[in-house]
Design a protein around this ligand. Sequence first.
Ligand code: ATP
Ligand code: MG
Length: 404
Amino acid sequence: MTVVHTPIFPVLPGTTVNGRPATLGVLGGGQLGRMFVHAAQALGYDTVVLDPDPASPAGRVSHHFIQADYRDTDALRELAARALAITTEFENVPAESLAELARARPVAPAAEAVAIAQDRVREKAHFSRCAAQGSGVAPAPHAVIASEADLAAVPDTLLPGILKTARLGYDGKGQARVATRAELAAAWRQMGRLECVLEQRLPLAYECSVIVARGRDGQVVSLPVQRNLHRDGILAVTEVFEGNVPYASAKQAQAATISIANELGYVGVLCVEFFVLEDGRLVVNEMAPRPHNSGHYTVDACDASQFDLQVRALAGLPLAPPRQHSAAVMLNLLGDLWFDPAGAPRALPWAQVLALPGAHLHLYGKTEARRGRKMGHLTFTGADAAGVRANALRAAEALGMAPF
Ligand code: ATP
Ligand code: MG
């Protein structure tokens, strides 16, 4: 397939190309891609998804699906030929593939922003730069360890700490908690002497995140601050309602996220994760250059979801400020729930869960449940936080999830 350089930007809804609706593309076929596809299709676009998995959640619902490796140049060419603009949904998508696509089509976010987010060393340097320029929120005290000399030079103040590989970590993978210099040295060697960041282990009161969308024209809109509970390094619960986080912290986290996006010249949806320390201070942890698990509640609780914003930013449409219209609690549905305590597969009580007011069940169409695998999520919405929490807790109990 040859790439047709169709100069159609912005890609307005209702645009047709060769008698078909204009197509938007996404590199990556996971649940984030699936929800992007749903949002794009609601505006009348056709969609094309590229993913190596023949049964990928987004591939199943897209008009076009290209089953290929993310680095397959023929497949990338086909993606660029079909789509008028292309985004990504996958944390570790090769930045070079995005750069390749960008030679043919508008791509958002840019390969360079994705590359920074994929590398904890560059990411932390970006956060430190933003803090120095007045974002007001710095990363955790840390040191880069790339050699035995770096290891020897680590200050004692960073221990106890968490050693994280600079690249390819997610959901708590590629991390080790270390209390002493001996443990640190052993953990770094165990990780194959890869470039790592050692962070001081901080006394967390809780964690939160902020999602913003930024357009090509520099317009930025922000979603409310999400309060997140992680279990075993994986997001378990997100709560979003008035007062989930003190007002001043919420404003500070939103302002810091906007400055992080602006300083990157970012285009698209960006999520930044924060720690709130026991003394109330905010610390910036990491960013995801895409919609985020903690923003799934926006589909049911806001007048524009994070995926609607991703479509708009990609297509070059205006970004109206989104408004949360309902209090929300989101429960992540991990594959663990699909097994009983003895490890045998079990049926889930969906009828009981769906009988609860304000329940919105989202399953991603994954046919095989595995421990730790994100199978879906369940958002509760309602007029007030107490009622929403009560229903979410009832659902958690019915599903065999720990209370929160
Ligand atoms: P994600 O799936 O969010 O990408 P990740 O594997 O990239 O996760 P982090 O977000 O860096 O990892 O860390 C995972 C969790 O470990 C955090 O959400 C937090 O609970 C805890 N954690 C990480 N760094 C620190 C720290 N410096 N001090 C205390 N706790 C920390
Ligand atoms: Mg994280």
